[in-house]
Design a protein. Structure first.
Lengths: 331, 503
C-alpha cells in the first residue's frame, strides 16, 4: 500500500481522533462519560435515520422521505395516545406500520411506476409533511388541546412511552445511558451484520453495483429494492418514536434538520476506512463525527448558528475523500 | 472503379495502447451508391466510423473528400466538410424533449451566424424545407419523444441531411426497427441514393444488405478482408470474408451425446419467426452460430427465464420447463454466462471471490449468514481450475485483463454443477490463450450436463463444439456435426439465402 492508500483508508479515522485529542486539550470536561453520552444522545435519532437511508444507498437508491416519515410517526404516536387514548403498544405499532407502508409505497413508485428515486421520495416527503397536519388542522398535539370539532383531547403520553425518551440505564455510573443510545447501538449492530454478513445484504450491494448482473445471477432485484425502502421507512419511524418520546408531545415544528443530518452522516460514511460505498459502520462513524464536532465546538462557545456550516464543510471534505482521492467513485 | 470516388480512405491505422485496431484500411465511396460495410464485433467498424466522423484521430493513412485532404478534428468539422454520421443509438441523434421542427434545424441554433433570438416561425419554415426534400411525412410539431423509433430514426437522418452532405454514414440503423419500419427507411435511402449521396451502410442484417447494397466491403480484425462489387453480389463470399476460418485449428474429438437433457419443441421466439426445435444431450457441446441480431441472445434469454416464448414447449430432464425468472432457471440447474460481461456479469464493487459466489449465496450460507470460509475455498478452487491470473481471490475486478475477467465469469457458473450450461458470446474481448483455456475447460468438464454456446465467429464454434447449429431470422436453419463440416453450406445458411451452388 502506498502512502496515498493509507491516507484514503485511515485519513478520516485519523481526523476523528485528532479532533477528539484537540477538544480534550482545548475544551474542559470534553473527556468525561457524561460528555460522551451527550454526544451519543445528540446523534441517536439522526443516526437511526442515517442507518436506514444507508440501506437504500446500498441498492443504488436514495430516500428523501425519511425526515418526514420520522415526524409523521411522531405526530401519529401523539395522536394515538392523546386523541385516541390508546396505550404504548398501539402507538409503537402504528408508528412502525406507517414506516413500513411508506417504504412499500416508495418502493412501488420507484420499482413499478419507474419514478426516479429522488423524485419519488421527494414527492412522498411533501405528501407526508402535509398529511401529518390534516388530522389536527395544523396544530401540535399535547394533552388538553382543543380538537377541530371543539372537544378536548384528554389522553396523555403513557409513562412507558415517555420512558423511551427519558429513562437512563445504569452503566458504571447510575442513570448514565439513555434508551435512545441503546436503540442506536442495537440497530447499528443489526444493520451492520445484515449488510456485511448475510446473503441478503451481499445481494443488496450487488443490486446497487450492477443491477443487471444481480438479476442474471437469479436475484429478485425488484423485491430487494422495495425491501431497502421498507427498512429505511421502518428505521425512520423508530427515529420518530424516539423523537416523540423525548419531546412528550406531537410538535409540528420539530424534526426539520433530521433529513439533512441523516443523509450527511450516511454520505460521510463513504469515506470511513476508504470504503467508497455506503456502509453501516461508516454511517455510524459519520454520525458520531458530526456529534463530536458540534459538542466540542459548543463547549468552546462557538455560536449555534455556525453548526450547519460546520456540518456542510465536513460533508464536502468527506465527499472529496470518497470520490476524488480514492478514484473509486465511478458509480 | 476508377477515380470517381467521392470519398477515399487510404491505409488508415489506429491503435489503442498496444492493440492495433485498424491495420491499414482503404475504402472508397462513390456518389449515388450504397456501400455496405460488414464485420463481426471487434473487427474495427466502429473505430473506422469514429475516425471518419471526427471523434477519434488516426495514427496513419489519409482521407480525401472530393479530392481534398480530409482530416476532421471534431465531429462538427466533419459535418461542415460534408461527412455526416447517424450513429447506432437512435436517441443520440435527436433531442427527445423538443419538437420535430426544432430537431431538424438544431444545428443552426449555434455556431457562427446563428441569430440571437429563437424564431419559431423561421425554424418551422426551414424544417419544412428539409422535410419536403426528403419526403418526410411527420408532423413537425410533434415531440420527438412521442414518435416511434422508426420516425425518430427518420428525423435523425433528415437532421443529418439538412447539412446536404456528400457522404452519409449509417451505423446499424435498422437494429431496433421492425421490418415494416425498415422498409420506410430503405425508401428514404433509395431517394438519397438518387440524389447522388455516397452512403456507407453498416449492418449485420442480411435482408438489409440484399435489399440495399451496391457494393459490399467485409472487414475482419482491422483490415479489409474483401470487396465485392460484381453483380450479382457474392453475399456468401462477403460473409466468408468476414467470418471464415483464418487459422488452422487443432481438430477436436467430436463426441456423441448420451441421453437427452433439454428438448425444445416448436419454440417461437419472435413474431413471424418459424418455430425451432432442438435436443441437447448429456456431455455434448453445441454451438449456435449466426450473424448479430438473428435471435441468438433471444434464445439464450428464453432458456434462462428472461423472456417468454411466443409458443412451443421445453423439457428439461424429461419434465416440462418454463422458467418465469432467472431464479427459477438457476434452481432447475440452467446457468447462463451472459454476453457483454461489463454490462451483464461483473459486479464492479465486488472482488473476485464475491463475484464468483454471487449466484449461489443461498447454497453457501447457513441461516442467511454467508459462510465466508466456504466462499473463499470455492473461489480459490475455481481460480486454480480455470487458471485465472491474479494475486489472490481478493483482487478487484478492474485489475484483471479481459481474458481473466471472462474466466471469472465462467468460473462463477462452473462453481456448481449445471444441467444446462449456456454461454452467450463467451469469447468476446478475450485473448487467444484465455479463449483456448476456457474452451478446453468446457470440453473437459462437459459430462453430466448439456453445454450450449452462442457465438458469431465460426472459428469459435469450430474449435469448441461437437455440433454446430446455424440461426437466421430468429430460427434454426441448419445443423452440422463438427467432423467434416461443409463450410459452403454453413456459410450459405448464415447468409440466409438459397444455395447458389450445390456444393
Amino acid at each position: 500500500m502506498t502512502l496515498r492508500d493509507y491516507a484514503i483508508r485511515y485519513g478520516f479515522i485519523v481526523l476523528l481522533f485528532g479532533l477528539i485529542a484537540y477538544f480534550a486539550i482545548a475544551a474542559d470536561g470534553f473527556v468525561s462519560p457524561q460528555s460522551a453520552v451527550f454526544i451519543f444522545q445528540s446523534v441517536a435519532i439522526t443516526g437511526v435515520l442515517a442507518l436506514g437511508v444507508t440501506a437504500t444507498l446500498v441498492v443504488g437508491g436514495f430516500d428523501l422521505s425519511i425526515g418526514s416519515v420520522a415526524t409523521s410517526a411522531m405526530m401519529a404516536a401523539a395522536y394515538v395516545m392523546v386523541v385516541l387514548e390508546q396505550n404504548v403498544v398501539v402507538a409503537v405499532v402504528v408508528c412502525l406500520l406507517i414506516g413500513a407502508i411508506v417504504g412499500l409505497i416508495n418502493g412501488w413508485l420507484i420499482v413499478y411506476m419507474r419514478v426516479p428515486d429522488l423524485l419519488a421520495t421527494l414527492g412522498m416527503m411533501f405528501l407526508l409533511v402535509g398529511l401529518q397536519r390534516i388530522p389536527t388542522e395544523g396544530r401540535s398535539i399535547a394533552t388538553g388541546m382543543t380538537m377541530p370539532d371543539g372537544s378536548v383531547a384528554n389522553g396523555k403520553f403513557s409513562d412507558a412511552f415517555l420512558a423511551l425518551g427519558r429513562h437512563r440505564f445504569d452503566f458504571f455510573i447510575p442513570n448514565l445511558i439513555p434508551v435512545s443510545v441503546v436503540v442506536l447501538i442495537v440497530l447499528a449492530v443489526l444493520i451492520w451484520f445484515f449488510l456485511e454478513y448475510t446473503r441478503f445484504g451481499r445481494m443488496m450491494y450487488a443490486v446497487g453495483s450492477n443491477e443487471r448482473a444481480a438479476e442474471l445471477a437469479g436475484a429478485p432485484v425488484k423485491a430487494y429494492k422495495i425491501w431497502a425502502y421498507v427498512i429505511s421507512g421502518v428505521f425512520a419511524s423508530i427515529g420518530g418514536i424516539l423523537l416523540a418520546a423525548r419531546l412528550g408531545r406531537g410538535d409540528i415544528a420539530s424534526g426539520n434538520n433530521l433529513l439533512l443530518d441523516a443523509v450527511a452522516a450516511a454520505l460521510i460514511g463513504y469515506a470511513v476506512l476508504g470504503a467508497a460505498k455506503p456502509n453501516a459502520f461508516g454511517t455510524a462513524v459519520g454520525a458520531l463525527f458530526v456529534g463530536i464536532l458540534l459538542q466540542g465546538l459548543t463547549m468552546m462557545n462557538a455560536p449555534y448558528y455556525t453548526q450547519d456550516f460546520v456540518k456542510g464543510v465536513v460533508l464536502v471534505v468527506a465527499l472529496v475523500f470518497t470520490f476524488a482521492l480514492s478514484g473509486r467513485g465511478r458509480r | 472503379m476508377g477515380n470517381d470516388a467521392v470519398f477515399r480512405v487510404d491505409g488508415l491505422r489506429k491503435s489503442f495502447g498496444l492493440i492495433e485496431v485498424l491495420g491499414g484500411v482503404s475504402i472508397e465511396l462513390h456518389a449515388g451508391e450504397i456501400t455496405v460495410l460488414m464485420g463481426a464485433n471487434g473487427a474495427g467498424k466502429s473505430t473506422l466510423v469514429k475516425i471518419i466522423s471526427g471523434v477519434y484521430d488516426h495514427a496513419g493513412g489519409t482521407m480525401h473528400l472530393a479530392g481534398d485532404n480530409f482530416a476532421p478534428n471534431t465531429p462538427a468539422e466533419a459535418i461542415r466538410a460534408g461527412v455526416v454520421t447517424v450513429h447506432q443509438n437512435i436517441n443520440d441523434g435527436v433531442v427527445a424533449d423538443l419538437d420535430v421542427a426544432t430537431n431538424l434545424t438544431l444545428d443552426r441554433l449555434s455556431g457562427k451566424g446563428a441569430p440571437l433570438l429563437f424564431n419559431p416561425g423561421r425554424v418551422r419554415r426551414e424544417a419544412r424545407a428539409v422535410a419536403d426534400r426528403l419526403g418526410l411525412a411527420i408532423d413537425l410539431r410533434a415531440r420527438v419523444s412521442d414518435l416511434s423509433l422508426a420516425d425518430r430514426q427518420m428525423v435523425a437522418i433528415a437532421r443529418a441531411m439538412a447539412h446536404q452532405p456528400k457522404v452519409l454514414i449509417l451505423d446499424e440503423p435498422t437494429s431496433s426497427l421492425s421490418s415494416a419500419e425498415a422498409d420506410r427507411l430503405f425508401a428514404l435511402l433509395d431517394r438519397l441514393r438518387e440524389q447522388g449521396v455516397a452512403i456507407l451502410y453498416i449492418s449485420h442484417r442480411m435482408s438489409d444488405i440484399r435489399r440495399l447494397a451496391d457494393r459490399i466491403v467485409s472487414m475482419r480484425d482491422g483490415v479489409i478482408a474483401g470487396v465485392f462489387d460484381q453483380k450479382p453480389l457474392d453475399y456468401e463470399g462477403a460473409v466468408n470474408a468476414m467470418l471464415g476460418r483464418k487459422i488452422h485449428l487443432d481438430r477436436i474429438e467430436v463426441r456423441n451425446a448420451a441421453k437427452p437433457i433439454l428438448t425444445i419443441d416448436a419454440l417461437r421466439i419472435a413474431p413471424g419467426a418459424r418455430p425451432l426445435s432442438l435436443t441437447l444431450g448429456d456431455g455434448e457441446v453445441v454451438a449456435v452460430t449466426g450473424l448479430v441480431g438473428v435471435g441468438k441472445t433471444a434464445l439464450a434469454e428464453t432458456l434462462f427465464g428472461l423472456r417468454k416464448p411466443l409458443s412451443g414447449t421445453m423439457h428439461l430432464n424429461g419434465r416440462p420447463y418454463a422458467p418465469a425468472s432467472t431464479g427459477e432457471a438457476i434452481a432447475a440447474g440452467v446457468f447462463l454466462v451472459a454476453k457483454d460481461r461489463g454490462e451483464n456479469g461483473i459486479v464492479g464493487g465486488f472482488n473476485i471471490q464475491e463475484n464468483i459466489s454471487l449466484p449461489f449465496h443461498k447454497r453457501m450460507s447457513r441461516f442467511a449468514v454467508l459462510k465466508r470460509g466456504l466462499e473463499r475455498t470455492t473461489a480459490r478452487r475455481q481460480i486454480d481450475e480455470l487458471g485465472i491470473v491474479c494475486r489472490s481471490e481478493k483482487d478487484e475486478m478492474p485489475t484483471l485483463s479481459g481474458g481473466n475477467q471472462q474466466k471469472v465469469m465462467v468460473a462463477r457458473w462452473m462453481a456448481q454443477d449445471a444441467r444446462l450450461f449456456i454461454l452467450d458470446e463467451p469469447f468476446q474481448g478475450v485473448d487467444i490463450s484465455a479463449r483456448r483455456d476456457i474452451a478446453a475447460k468446457l470440453r473437459a468438464s462437459a459430462n453430466g450436463r448439456a453445454t450450449l454456446l452462442f457465438v458469431t465467429e465460426l472459428d469459435e464454434a469450430l474449435e469448441t463444439a461437437d455440433r454446430i447449429l446455424v440461426m437466421s431470422e430468429q430460427t434454426i436453419v441448419g445443423e452440422h456435426r463438427n467432423t467434416d463440416v461443409d463450410l459452403d453450406r454453413l456459410l450459405a445458411e448464415v447468409a440466409g439465402g438459397p444455395l447458389h451452388s450445390a456444393a
